[in-house]
Design a protein around this ligand. Structure first.
Ligand code: SAM
Length: 247
């Protein structure tokens, strides 16, 4: 496939994203480690600590992990709860889900983590059915972000928690330039090295630049109906974690 990433329209966006993750599914976790220098693990652990899932199955607490891919966040949440809560990984791409399903089985987590194909913009779950909704490095790829946020609000129970981890705007002078150089050159090069095609990664880097600032994104989450929206930056804003509540 060949595409000019600057010319991608909304309609083509999902197809392009699907293509990227179809190609990398088996090497996805390796790519994550390479591209973030292992930092994604630190950010995800921080997210899961902040979410603080209950350490008892008594409440029947359930997580929906959207754009959950291979189930990295869900696995961390379930382990943090000492294997007492349940998680549903929802992703549009079956190749990613299949890798996750195999992994969960090998880890003996099949009873606690289930995998379900679905679109973040149109979730195949009833209203008010989850205690928490997480989306990590996924919302940026969704063509209609306000729609995905309204869906998050819809499927959460009252008192439920919304959390979104995403690449964001670097707020440390100097770091922004280093980061630009790294992402525009090194990330597509690593993508080409590992998957044989650098172009889709160029598109992903571009999508980080187009994503709204921390403040603006917080506003979008409020517009979707979520309350007490706050955010914290990780690694100088390379990533940001947004949190909100369904009241
Ligand atoms: N959350 C996982 C993690 O942090 O390791 C995976 C993140 S991966 C960068 C992004 C995921 O978003 C991919 O698995 C992709 O298939 C999924 N995705 C893209 N568009 C989607 C959509 N509209 N609805 C649901 N998932 C989507």
């Amino acid at each position: 496939t060949s595409f000019g990433f600057t010319k991608v329209g909304e309609g083509q966006k999902q197809a392009l994203v699907d293509d990227v993750f179809y190609k990398v599914a088996s090497r996805y976790d390796l790519m994550n480690d390479l591209m973030s220098g292992g930092l994604h693990r630190v950010w995800k652990d921080a997210m899961v600590s902040y979410l603080a899932p209950p350490k008892s199955s008594a409440s029947g607490w359930r997580l929906l992990d959207v754009a959950g891919g291979t189930g990295d966040v869900s696995t961390r949440v379930v382990e943090k709860s000492q294997r007492s809560v349940k998680a549903v990984v929802c992703d549009i791409n079956n190749s990613m889900l299949n890798v996750g399903r195999d992994r969960a089985e090998k880890a003996g987590l099949s009873d606690l983590i289930t995998f379900s194909q679905g679109n973040a913009e149109d979730l195949p779950f009833p209203d008010k059915s989850f205690d928490a909704y997480t989306i990590a490095f996924g919302i940026r790829n969704v063509p209609d972000i306000p729609k995905a946020l309204r869906e998050a609000n819809r499927v959460l129970k009252r008192g439920g928690r919304f959390m979104c981890l995403e690449f964001s705007e670097v707020d440390v002078p100097g770091l922004d330039k280093v980061y630009d150089a790294f992402s525009f050159n090194a990330i597509p090069a690593m993508g080409k090295w590992v998957t044989g095609d650098g172009e889709p990664y160029q598109y992903l880097v571009e999508s980080i630049r187009k994503f709204p600032s921390q403040e603006r994104f917080a506003e979008m989450i409020r517009e979707a109906g979520l309350a007490r929206v706050t955010y914290r930056n990780y690694s100088g804003g390379i990533a940001a974690l947004h949190s909100g509540w369904k009241l």
